[in-house]
Ligand binder design. Sequence first.
Ligand code: ATP
Ligand code: PAF
Ligand code: BAL
Length: 282
Amino acid sequence: MKICRTKSALREVVKEFRAQGDTVGLVPTMGYLHQGHMTLVSTAQSQTDRVIATIFVNPTQFGDEADLDAYPRDEARDFALLEAQGVDVVFAPSVDEMYHPNRQTSVETEQLANMLMGALRPDHYKGVCTVVSKLFNIAQADKAFFGEKDYQQLLVIKTMVRDLDIPIDIVGVPTVREVDGLAMSSRNVRLSPEDRKAALILNKALAYGDYEASDGRTAEDLEAELHSFISREPRAKIETIDVRDATSLEVPQGQIDRAVVILLAVRFGDVLLIDQRVCDPS
Ligand SMILES: Nc1ncnc2c1ncn2[C@@H]1O[C@H](COP(=O)(O)OP(=O)(O)OP(=O)(O)O)[C@@H](O)[C@H]1O
Ligand SMILES: CC(C)(CO)[C@@H](O)C(=O)[O-]
Ligand code: BAL
């Protein structure tokens, strides 16, 4: 496995792959890898000849300095996992390598970036779109792979690619869960044992919501029911519960009769967890 620290080193490797006629898949991550990331990698390996994983904790998508500082990192372990899985290249640049000191350009999907998680984390999706478009430009991959767990992020990136005519296919990968149902996340290691147990309420709420969605509810009713369901867990501090159209993220009008997505953002201690589920009662 090649480790590239600079953009020019990565461009050179990609040029060699292209010369051999190989297709290239890109898996962007912020490291501290778990089985969710490894599933993105194996999906990429099944669809492209060469796979590049990137590890970069992107400061421009963190509004909260403390969240950035607390973000877990273990590069040696990440490299070992990627190598064992047969990844061709890992791109792990420094912040100075990624960003010009006088950078002036950013990318934003104006509407999608500022609703839901974007309203909760101002400028978050602007930071995501900017770094992801830079990664796309550097790696020139055929396909890029993202988790459905970060549902709004996936839609934001698909929209950016559509609006800016970026020549890449975006592939969404279903959420990988622990055996007890908790969605895998790098932030899970920061949960206390009590909060780790309490966080199981999220997946239970999604199953409950899926069942209730098919029973002639409005989105507003379902949000209220999910609110009382999750509130039964005293350690859960609800940030947002939203039931939205699964493709536009608009508020659905009237009884739910088409695919909606339930989006949860709930804090346990100081850790904000997100989870989602698409429900299609039609
Ligand atoms: N449980 C999961 N199943 C499938 N894909 C996932 C899962 N968790 C993260 N991903 C995807 O992995 C990619 C990199 O995500 P990231 O490195 O931020 O990991 P993370 O576990 O989501 O971290 P955190 O939620 O703590 O920020 C994203 O496309 C994300 O959607
Ligand atoms: C896509 C991403 C790697 C951009 O920094 C990040 O938002 C993530 O890990 O989901
Ligand atoms: N997986 C989303 C990246 C973030 O929380 O910043």
